[in-house]
Design a protein around this ligand. Structure first.
Ligand SMILES: Nc1ncnc2c1ncn2[C@@H]1O[C@H](COP(=O)(O)OP(=O)(O)OP(=O)(O)O)[C@@H](O)[C@H]1O
Ligand SMILES: [Mg+2]
Length: 316
């Protein structure tokens, strides 16, 4: 597979009056053509900076950022990349939905007839038919966001950079937009790099996730692998008759990360390296506990994200 995006040892210092602010300190990753990758990180982690560098809006201090082999600061990169920036800032408030679309198509050098055809298609796709002639400033937040995405799409580039595409959308619109992003990626084989604070969005649309912390990559893996990292060793055991105080004490000395949830009569245990599952079941039986149900606790992406960031902080 061809690499659509290559980022190597990327460093960005923003100059400020108080001296340079380091936004990225040596970020590296590769994204193959056709991948949908999520970019996660706390506020200020560097997500927007990466996206702005990749679409040529910000110049890196050092390191490499390329799209299909073209350095991202070269104007030619615009043929390959379209970006949806934070807060749908890339639409013109005074132009109507259709005018916005045709304007952005024109910028890309798309002939007027073709631009008109594509605009119709996108208006249909995003369900904006009734708002075709409405100026952007009069659209609802969700419609503005859809229009901003449509303006990025009309360029027809193979790579899409989406910075918080569902920001400010209601639950329904957010789900709609997720479905649209998935559909685009599949039907048009787009390469997508998407940042979001909404884990549902990332889990729903991205196969792979890159987690940033203070300008560094701290995790980069397929979503199922990241989930598995924390899944396999955590269990929930529900006990028919609860657990006597004394048994709980003895149990706590053997399994350190134990939690007893009395209302649910459930024990949460995370096995340490070297401990196995049967050891857990055997010691419960020895104590006369009757096991009613047993499940692996399934962490979600949000939990994985928080744990990785916590580990990172501890390491520092
Ligand atoms: N134009 C700028 N001038 C100075 N510092 C900046 C500028 N833009 C961003 N920064 C700083 O760079 C760092 C990374 O910012 P960036 O916007 O890339 O983070 P982010 O991950 O997108 O955060 P958020 O989740 O809040 O959108 C932050 O410390 C931020 O304060
Ligand atoms: Mg940002």
């Amino acid at each position: 597979m061809r690499d659509a995006i290559v980022v190597e040892n990327l460093v960005k210092d923003y100059p400020t009056r108080k001296g340079p602010v380091r936004a990225l300190s040596g970020v590296s990753f590769r994204i193959q053509a056709g991948e949908i990758v999520g970019l996660l990180g706390a506020n200020g982690a560097g997500k927007t900076t990466i996206i702005k560098i990749l679409c040529g809006l910000v110049r890196p201090t050092s390191g490499k950022a390329e799209v299909f082999g073209i350095p991202s600061h070269r104007p030619a990169v615009a043929r390959h990349v379209a970006a949806l920036l934070e807060g749908s800032r890339n639409v013109y408030w005074r132009l109507s939905v259709e005018e916005n679309l045709r304007f952005f198509a024109g910028l890309q050098g798309i002939p007027p007839r073709e631009a008109k055809r594509r605009a119709q298609e996108l208006i249909q796709f995003f369900g904006l038919q009734e708002k075709r002639n409405t100026t952007a400033n009069l659209l609802s937040q969700g419609m503005k966001q859809k229009l901003a995405l449509a303006c990025a799409l009309i360029k027809g580039t193979p790579v899409l950079l989406l910075d918080e595409p569902t920001l400010g959308l209601d639950v329904e619109a957010s789900h709609e937009l997720r479905a649209l992003i998935r559909e685009l990626a599949v039907s048009q084989r787009k390469t997508v790099l998407l940042s979001s604070h909404d884990m549902g969005v990332v889990e729903d649309t991205c196969a792979r996730v890159i987690i940033l912390s203070r300008g560094r990559v701290v995790a980069d893996d397929l979503v199922p692998n990241l989930l598995a990292l924390f899944r396999t060793r955590a269990y929930r055991v529900s006990l028919r008759n609860g657990l006597p105080e004394e048994a709980l004490r003895r149990f706590s000395s053997r399994f350190s990360s134990l939690r007893w949830l009395p209302e649910e009569r459930t024990l949460q245990v995370e096995l340490a390296p070297g401990q196995n599952f049967y050891e857990l079941v055997d010691s419960l039986r020895e104590m006369g506990a009757e096991i009613e149900g047993l499940s692996r606790s399934e962490p979600d992406l949000e939990e994985v994200f928080l744990r990785i960031l916590r580990k990172e902080k501890e390491a520092e």
